[in-house]
Design a protein around this ligand. Structure first.
Ligand code: AHR
Length: 604
């Protein structure tokens, strides 16, 4: 197959092309990217239990409702110590199926109530082995009248895996015959960029290496909520964590909302991502049969979104901007894009979306005319008959590997009146991304990049998965604590290769072959750097010859496997990208594109 990349002309392409979509699914937030590592740490939820908690020594534990930590966290963990107790007593927490101690300085925070004048020891201990990976003794003076706030650092040594538990212990004689109450016990490693209440570095570092451009948050179905009342409520995710009640998420588990609105903006700031905020638009899932809020009843929800936007964008003289400043962020955040709802073409959403979109659009646009507003579907039958100038639509495509390939031409043939976010796409049909599916995704992405006058942004979904608690497969980055692994899947490598080799101009390519099984797109950055992205969706290797006049050397990165089903999993990671340096002969590079592979030729 011979390709010749034009070195002149071309169409401007989107520099925001490859981003992330994040919602708390598969414990991607709590137990995943959010740095706090203790599970059920505030005993939150309508009907809390003692999941993850245990005892040390001759003592018992219970959920206590008479000693609430705050109005948002209306219960505490009671440690009952019998009057004849001896030795050491305390509480343990098993984390989210383990605690991956990374050897960094850890921070623990908790509140304690009860009469105590003595030391509490916070430790990280190997399950079964008793090996202590970090421990600190904290002098505590506490009374039965109020909760006393404790914070302490633990120097740690790296544990070989996450089969570790957290322990708070003390001498039984100091509290025999009484009870101690613990509120919202927290444990953080040194977080990504050392941010307070920040991100788990082992996962954040893997995300950073993608060189993605934007973050779409906070959902997804998790933003919509199963019912109107348990939609994602921005104002319950801000301020001190002890004032965040959390909520039952859409994906079957309770969300602490410790990873809240501000933390999303700090994530963007720390990783160089452009934020794309999705707002609730009157439609909750109700198991797919939602009855949307319409007409005058929408007014309070529109008002709520305007308040949210003032919290983000208003200066500190505004009502909500002042609350943000009081919460520690003086300057407004940099938000330029807002999506109205999520997947409003589904369930009962479509019939009323034109009305709801218009109502939210008009109110937001009047207050913030510079914001780009995005409809949550591209389905014409759900949208107003004409879309406002400058607005965008969102298209989602979860598909089989073959289905993704069949979508290669999809964007060649859609109306060019409105630009696109492809807010969610991925292969389906396997537990982990498989190589064939990752090539299928690359074919679909090449189709998008070829149309990047139209497709401005695209994000794979779901992004993260704690393999111990999974509601959706496959995911871009699976991880678990024990063994302590964060998996770079075949699809992860494709995202990374495409995102980190992004040109500013899509170039014409002349070829001697039609598309299939090999697909390509070429772009340039500045005057002398070129990127040629290639996908071989077939079981035969292909000989390639790529001519880019004036170039002399190239880095070729290839990820592929002869086995279409090859997958990087928690158990094995057989696939990794291979890099080589090529020298051109008269501007022509020749190389072999292996079976089931994706490649980027970066030439200059
Ligand atoms: O990514 C998983 C789910 O797929 C998202 O929450 C939803 O938007 C889509 O249906």
């Amino acid at each position: 197959i011979s390709l010749e990349v034009s070195t002149s002309g071309g169409n401007a392409s989107s520099l925001l092309m490859y981003g992330f979509m994040f919602e708390d699914i598969n414990h991607s937030g709590d137990g995943g990217l959010y740095g706090q590592m203790l599970q059920n740490n505030g005993l939150q939820g309508g009907d809390p239990d003692l999941t993850a908690w245990g005892t040390v020594g001759d003592a018992t534990i219970a959920i206590d409702y008479d000693n609430p930590l705050s109005s948002a966290i209306p219960q505490s963990l009671r440690l009952n110590v019998p009057s004849d107790a001896t030795g050491t007593v305390g509480v343990t927490n098993a984390g989210y199926w383990g605690i991956p101690v990374d050897g960094s300085e850890h921070q623990t925070y908790f509140w304690v109530k009860g009469n105590l004048f003595g030391d509490i020891t916070a430790s990280l201990v190997g399950n079964g082995t008793g090996i202590v990976y970090g421990s600190t003794s904290i002098p505590v003076t506490s009374t039965a009248d109020n909760f006393t706030y404790i914070e302490a650092s633990l120097s740690t040594t790296k544990a070989p895996d996450g089969d570790v538990f957290y322990e708070l212990s003390l001498d039984a004689s100091a509290v025999a015959g009484s009870s101690l109450y613990f509120g919202l016990v927290q444990l953080f490693p040194t977080t990504y960029k050392s941010r307070y209440n920040g991100l788990q570095p082992r996962i954040a570092n893997v995300l950073e290496a993608v060189e993605a451009s934007f973050l779409r948050f906070p959902g997804g179905n998790n933003m919509e909520g199963e019912s109107l009342d348990n939609r994602w409520k921005w104002n319950e995710t801000i301020g001190d964590v002890q004032d965040r009640p959390g909520r039952m998420g859409t994906w079957t588990y309770y969300n602490t909302d410790g990873l809240g609105l501000a933390e999303y903006f700090y994530w963007c700031e720390d990783m160089g991502l452009t934020p794309l905020l999705a707002v609730w638009d009157g439609f909750a899932l109700e198991s797919g049969a939602g009855t949307p809020v319409t007409g005058d009843a929408l007014a309070p929800y529109i008002e709520d979104v305007l308040n949210e936007l003032e919290y983000i964008l208003g200066d500190s003289s505004t009502t909500y901007g002042a609350i943000r400043a009081a919460n520690g962020q003086t300057d407004p955040w940099d938000l330029t894009m807002v999506e109205i709802g999520n997947e409003d073409m589904l369930g009962g959403g479509c019939d009323t979306y034109a009305e709801r979109f218009t109502a939210f659009y008009d109110a937001i646009h009047a207050a913030y005319p510079d914001l780009t507003l995005i409809a949550s579907t591209n389905e014409q039958s759900c949208l107003p008959s004409s879309m406002p100038d400058g607005s965008m639509v969102d298209y989602h495509d979860y598909n089989s590997p073959d289905g993704l390939v069949s979508q290669f031409n999809y964007f060649d043939n859609v109306s060019r009146n409105v630009t696109y976010l492809v807010g969610e796409y991925a292969q389906t049909g396997s537990d982990y991304p498989i190589m064939q599916g990752s090539v299928g995704e690359a074919v679909f992405m090449i189709g998008m990049e070829r149309n990047s006058d139209l497709i401005k942004m695209a994000s794979y979904a779901p992004l993260l998965q704690l393999t111990n608690s999974t509601q959706w497969t496959p995911n871009l980055i699976p991880f678990t604590q024990s063994p302590n692994v964060v998996i770079e899947t075949t699809s992860y490598y494709v995202q990374q290769m495409f995102a980190s080799n992004l040109g500013d101009t899509v170039k014409e390519v002349n070829s001697d072959s039609a598309f299939g099984p090999v697909y390509w797109v070429a772009s340039s950055a500045g005057d002398s750097s070129y990127f040629v992205k290639l996908a071989n969706y077939g079981s035969d290797a292909q000989d390639l010859s790529v001519t880019i006049n004036g170039t002399t050397t190239a880095k070729l990165t290839v990820v592929g496997d002869d086995d279409a089903n090859a997958a990087n999993t928690v158990d094995e990671t057989p696939v990794a990208p291979v890099e080589s340096t090529l020298t051109a002969s008269d501007g022509t590079f020749t190389f072999i594109l292996p079976a089931w592979s994706v490649a980027v030729l970066a030439a200059s």
